[in-house]
Ligand binder design. Structure first.
Ligand SMILES: C[S@@+](CC[C@H](N)C(=O)[O-])C[C@H]1O[C@@H](n2cnc3c(N)ncnc32)[C@H](O)[C@@H]1O
Length: 219
């Protein structure tokens, strides 16, 4: 992204360019909030880092009187200053916090995709900024669902890749639930092309989410 200060380090994302489509995605994907409920159960109290926080949709829902979530996001266009979070600018590969600052860190569909070349740099950074015994949780597509079938190819992450790095894998069964077929067509057309959007006749589409968790071990 030109002028961001993080050239060559950011994975391009459409959200800032097409905010109305991102609004549909965030509202309709996992409408029942099963992923957020899972994170809320698994994350500790204290200071938690959200890496690639986008507009803060997830981070703000995980804040409580006993948990402060810090939102790290490199793209100025994604940050929503109206969301009352502690915002920080930066990338997963070079996290702008001291060693052992956080009780946990997580990323939801951001940077930690198992094909990304400097992902191990990002994982090393998470291990550095999270305290000993703290949790790291990565959320991505699981694939093998109706959503992937529409894509015509696997959109899933590889659980073996994560297990080899000491993560445990869990799958959350959820869906995209749209308010109308027109809304479904807009987002699916953008993701997968007009032909897929025209073929689709459903407002609810099965979607499986993979959650990879591990504990930081420093000694
Ligand atoms: C698919 S969006 C997900 C946003 C948010 N986590 C959510 O669940 O709504 C991916 C986000 O990752 C950010 N991102 C891209 N490259 C990154 C990097 N190297 N480090 C941290 N975040 C990055 C993008 O700017 C974008 O906001």
């Amino acid at each position: 992204m030109t002028g961001s200060g993080f050239e060559g380090q950011i994975i391009g994302f459409y959200g800032a360019k097409h905010p109305s489509l991102f609004e549909i995605e965030r509202r309709c994907m996992d409408r029942d909030g099963l992923v957020i409920q899972y994170l809320d159960r698994e994350l500790p109290e204290g200071f938690v880092l959200d890496v690639g926080a986008g507009n803060g949709f997830t981070a703000i829902r995980l804040c409580s009187s006993s948990r402060t979530v810090v939102a790290l996001e490199p793209d100025r266009g994604m940050v929503d200053e109206a969301v009352p979070l502690i915002w920080a600018r930066g990338v997963a590969q070079d996290i702008p916090f001291h060693d052992n600052t956080f009780h946990a860190a997580y990323a939801t569909w951001a940077f930690f995709f198992d094909g990304v070349s400097d992902i191990d740099k990002g994982l090393a950074e998470l291990n550095r900024v999270v305290k000993n015994d703290g949790k790291i949780i990565i959320v991505d597509n699981a694939g093998d669902d109706e959503f992937s079938a529409l894509a015509g190819k696997s959109t899933g992450s590889d659980p073996r890749w994560w297990r080899n790095r000491g993560f445990e894998a869990t799958v959350i069964q959820t869906s995209y639930r749209f308010d109308s077929l027109e809304e479904a067509s807009r987002l699916l057309g953008f993701y997968f092309g007009d032909a897929v959007a025209h073929r689709n006749s459903r407002t609810e589409i099965e979607y499986k989410v993979a959650v990879y968790s591990t504990k930081v071990r420093k000694r």
